[in-house]
Ligand binder design. Structure first.
Ligand code: UDP
Length: 237
């Protein structure tokens, strides 16, 4: 087992620590929640453990299905060893149903089911508020190569197929989600970051009740309960 060393970085929802192996880092999930570019802040009790355990479980499923990920080993409720990657500075978003910024940007209601999933990405840059980008912009800014963008697109769509089917079995509709990818030292692209109620929209299949971070963003109440309910859906099958 690797040894935890100094903290390298503290983000909004996670801390990252060095280890005695240069190829691995340890991520530690916090209960802190932020929304709207960090302007709304709060705590969601137990969120760190839910996100850590759910994300690891889903990455395991994806890995079995042939999707390479950064996951290495779960250490505890909140801590996981992952491969050290250079993050591709793109926030990749797949949507199956209109919601959130898509509904707002294009002036449509939430809940429209798309014939095909949509693929988009933003520039991961807090100072610029994560602006939306197209492929030619990403290439002009040298954020990724053409081949990397193609790899990321096909991996993201495959991940959507796998997760959509998995959550349907849990009685949950996968509305949309955000992914991040990283480069291993040899340049291989792997899925990184997390897959959790912080980064996905989940609606109950029967009632369309929201079971994700929108409960926090929109002050809908029962925030902790929604995270715990998603744990039961995923692990209780
Ligand atoms: N998302 C995320 N981090 C971000 C922005 C979005 O994890 O910084 C997720 C969000 O939870 C949702 C999906 O990506 O599942 C699409 O989000 P959207 O673009 O609709 O933006 P939002 O309405 O969350 O601002």
């Amino acid at each position: 087992m690797v040894k935890k060393m100094e903290q390298l970085y503290e983000g909004k929802a996670k801390k990252v620590f060095a280890t005695d192996d240069p190829n691995y880092v340890i991520v530690s999930y916090k209960d802190d929640a932020t929304a709207f570019d960090g302007t709304k802040r709060g705590t969601i009790m137990g969120k760190g453990a839910v996100n850590n355990r759910m994300s690891n479980f889903l990455m395991g499923k994806l890995s079995e299905a042939g999707v390479p990920t950064h996951f290495v080993e779960e250490l505890s409720d909140r801590e996981t060893v992952v491969k050290k990657v250079r993050i591709v500075p793109l926030e990749v978003i797949i949507r199956n149903v209109s919601a959130g910024s898509f509904a707002k940007r294009y002036g449509v209601e939430e809940g429209i089911v798309f014939d095909e999933p949509t693929f988009e990405f933003s520039y991961k840059n807090d100072d610029l508020h994560d602006p939306l980008l197209n492929t030619s912009h990403a290439l002009a800014l040298k954020l990724a190569t053409k081949e990397e963008i193609e790899t990321i697109r096909s991996m993201a769509l495959k991940i959507n197929d796998i997760l959509k089917a998995f959550f349907a079995d849990c009685g949950v509709r996968l509305i949309d989600f955000k992914l991040e990818f990283g480069r291993l030292p040899d340049g291989t692209i792997v899925l990184a970051d997390e897959i959790s109620p912080d980064t996905c929209r989940f609606w109950d299949a029967k009632t369309n009740e929201k079971l994700d971070k929108d409960r926090f963003r929109r002050d809908l109440g029962n925030v902790e309960e929604a995270y715990q309910e998603m744990m039961r859906r995923v692990f209780g099958k």
